[in-house]
Design a protein around this ligand. Structure first.
Ligand code: CMC
Length: 430
C-alpha cells in the first residue's frame, strides 16, 4: 500500500491522505475506511458500482477483456478439462486436488446427499404451483433448524462440513422441489452416480421405471455448473457475505443468496430469456423487440444482455454458445429454432448503436436456457440449476469471510433525505 490520494472534507482544510489498495490483478482501490473520522464525509455509491467490499483470492474478472479466472485458472480451460466437483474443490480449498484429495472429497459429498426425513415433509406443505426457487429458499433456510447447535461457525472443520453438506444436498433439494411441482414421488439420491447424473436421475426417474442417465446431458450440466460456480462479489454472493457477517447460521445465510439469485436481473435471467424468445416467436419480430428494448418508456429489456462487469464479452457466453451446437445437434429441433432466433437477436443487437455505445453483450444466461430446454429441463428449473452451481461460490466466499480475522458486520451508511426533526402532533390535530 502507498498513500496516493488525498481529499478535503467540509470539516477540515487539511487534505486527508487515503491509501491505495492493490491486489495481484485488476483495478486498484482507494481505502476510504477512515474517511468519515478524518474528513467528516461518507462515500456515496448506490448499487456499489465503484466499491470493493472485501479482499478475496477466489475469483478474478477482467470485464474489459472478458477474462474469468477461478483461483487463477481460466474458465474455458476448466470448462473443457475439469469436472464440477473438481472445480468445487478448487474454489473451496484454493488448489486443484490430487487424485487422493479428489477421491476423499467426492466420498464426502456423496455421503451428504440425503435429506433428513423430517425436512422432506416440508415439501408437502407447499402448494403444487410454488416456484421451485421459493421452495429452495425455504428449505435451505430450514436446514439451519437441523444443523444449528452442531454448527460452530468459528471452527474451520465445521465450516468445511457445512460446505460439503450444502454442495451435496442442494441437487437433492432442487430435484425434490421439481418433483413436488409435477406431483411425482421424490426420488432419493443414488450415490453410485456422479454429481450431475444423480441430479438428472432425481429429477426425471420415477420409481415405476428404470432410468438410464443420458451421458450427453450430464456432461452438459457439468459444463454449465462449472461456468456458473462463482463470479466474485455478485449480488447473491454479496448477500450471503452480508448475512454471514452478522454471525448468522450459514444455512440461513445461504438461503438469502438463493433469494437474491432469483431476480431477473441476476440468476432469474435464464428463465426470462427463454420466455422472451418464445414471446418474440420468429425472426420477423426481432427488430420490433430490439426497438422496445431501446425505448426508455418501455420496461422491456433484452434479457440475457448486458453485465455490470463485462463490457466487451462474457467468456462464459462464448463457451456456452459453442456448446449449444453440440447439444442441439444431439437433441431436438425446437431448440435449434430458439438458438437460431437467439443468434439473430444477438446479431441485430450487436450492430445497433444503442447496444454498441453501452457495451451491452450477451451474458452467460443468453444461451444457457436453450441448453437446459434441449435437455428437457422446464423453464422454472433454470434458475434452480444456477443455484446448484453457485452454491459452491457462496460456500467458498462464506468460508473465506469467516476465516478472515478482519471480518466485521457489513453495515453501509446512507444519505438521509427525509424530514428534518419535527414534533409529534396529536391525532385529533392532524
Ligand atoms: N436491454 C436494454 N438496455 C439495457 C440492458 C438490456 N438488457 N441492459 C442495460 N441496458 C441499458 C440501461 O438501460 C442503461 O441505459 P442508459 O445508460 O441509457 O440509462 C445502460 O444500458 C447501462 O445499464 P445499467 O442498467 O446501468 O447496467 P447495470 O450494470 O446496472 O445492470 C444488468 C446490469 C445485467 C442488470 C442489466 O444489463 C440487465 O438488466 N440485463 C438484463 C438481465 C440479465 O441478463 N441479467 C443477467 C446478468 S448475467 C448473470 C448473472 O449475473 O446472474
Amino acid at each position: 500500500m502507498t498513500n496516493q490520494y488525498s481529499l478535503s472534507g467540509p470539516d477540515s482544510n487539511e487534505p486527508t491522505e487515503l491509501a491505495r489498495v492493490e491486489g495481484t490483478l485488476g483495478t486498484p482501490a482507494v481505502d476510504v475506511r477512515g474517511l468519515n473520522q478524518k474528513a467528516g464525509v461518507f462515500t456515496y455509491d448506490p448499487a456499489f458500482t465503484a466499491t470493493c467490499s472485501c479482499e478475496s483470492d477466489i475469483t478474478f474478472i477482467d470485464g474489459a477483456n472478458g477474462q474469468l479466472l477461478y483461483r487463477g485458472y481460466p474458465i474455458d480451460q476448466l470448462a473443457e478439462k475439469a469436472s464440477h466437483l473438481e472445480v468445487s474443490y478448487l474454489l473451496i480449498n484454493g488448489e486443484l486436488p490430487s487424485q487422493d484429495q479428489m477421491d476423499t472429497f467426492r466420498e464426502s459429498i456423496t455421503h451428504h446427499t440425503m435429506l433428513n426425513t423430517s425436512l422432506m415433509k416440508f415439501f408437502d406443505s407447499f402448494h403444487y404451483d410454488a416456484h421451485p426457487m421459493a421452495m429452495m429458499t425455504g428449505i435451505v433456510g430450514s436446514l439451519a433448524a437441523f444443523y444449528h447447535d452442531t454448527t460452530n461457525i468459528h471452527d474451520p472443520e465445521h465450516r468445511e462440513i457445512f460446505a460439503h453438506r450444502m454442495i451435496a444436498k442442494i441437487p437433492t433439494i432442487a430435484a425434490a422441489a421439481y418433483k413436488h411441482s409435477v406431483g411425482q414421488p421424490i426420488m432419493s439420491p443414488n450415490n453410485e452416480l456422479g454429481y450431475t447424473a444423480n441430479l438428472l436421475r432425481m429429477m426425471f426417474a420415477v420409481p415405476a421405471e428404470t432410468y438410464e442417465v443420458d451421458s450427453i446431458a450430464s456432461k452438459a450440466l457439468e459444463v454449465l455448473f462449472m461456468l456458473h460456480a462463482d463470479h466474485e462479489q455478485n449480488a447473491s454472493t454479496s448477500t450471503v457475505r452480508m448475512a454471514g457477517s452478522t454471525g448468522a447460521n450459514p444455512y440461513a445465510a445461504l438461503s438469502t443468496g438463493i433469494a437474491a439469485l432469483w431476480g431477473p436481473a441476476h440468476g432469474g435471467a435464464n428463465e426470462a430469456v427463454l420466455n422472451m424468445l418464445n414471446e418474440i416467436g420468429d425472426s420477423s419480430q426481432v427488430s420490433k423487440y430490439v426497438e422496445k428494448a431501446k425505448d426508455k418508456n418501455d420496461p422491456f429489456k433484452l434479457m440475457g444482455f448486458g453485465h455490470r462487469v463485462y463490457k466487451n464479452f462474457d467468456p462464459r457466453a462464448l463457451v456456452i454458445r459453442e456448446y449449444c451446437h453440440q447439444v442441439l445437434d444431439h437433441y431436438n429441433t425446437h431448440g435449434h429454432r430458439l438458438f437460431d432466433l437467439a443468434r439473430e437477436l444477438e446479431k441485430v443487437a450487436l450492430e445497433d448503436d444503442y447496444f454498441v455505445e453501452r457495451k451491452l453483450y450477451p451474458n452467460v444466461d443468453f444461451y444457457s436456457g436453450i441448453i437446459y430446454e434441449a435437455l428437457g429441463i422446464p423453464a422454472n428449473m433454470f434458475t434452480p440449476m444456477f443455484a446448484i452451481a453457485r452454491t459452491v461460490g457462496w460456500c467458498a466466499h462464506w468460508m473465506e469471510m469467516m476465516n478472515d480475522p478482519g471480518t466485521r458486520i457489513a453495515r453501509p451508511r446512507q444519505i438521509y433525505t427525509g424530514y428534518t426533526k419535527r414534533d409529534y402532533v396529536d391525532i385529533g390535530h392532524r
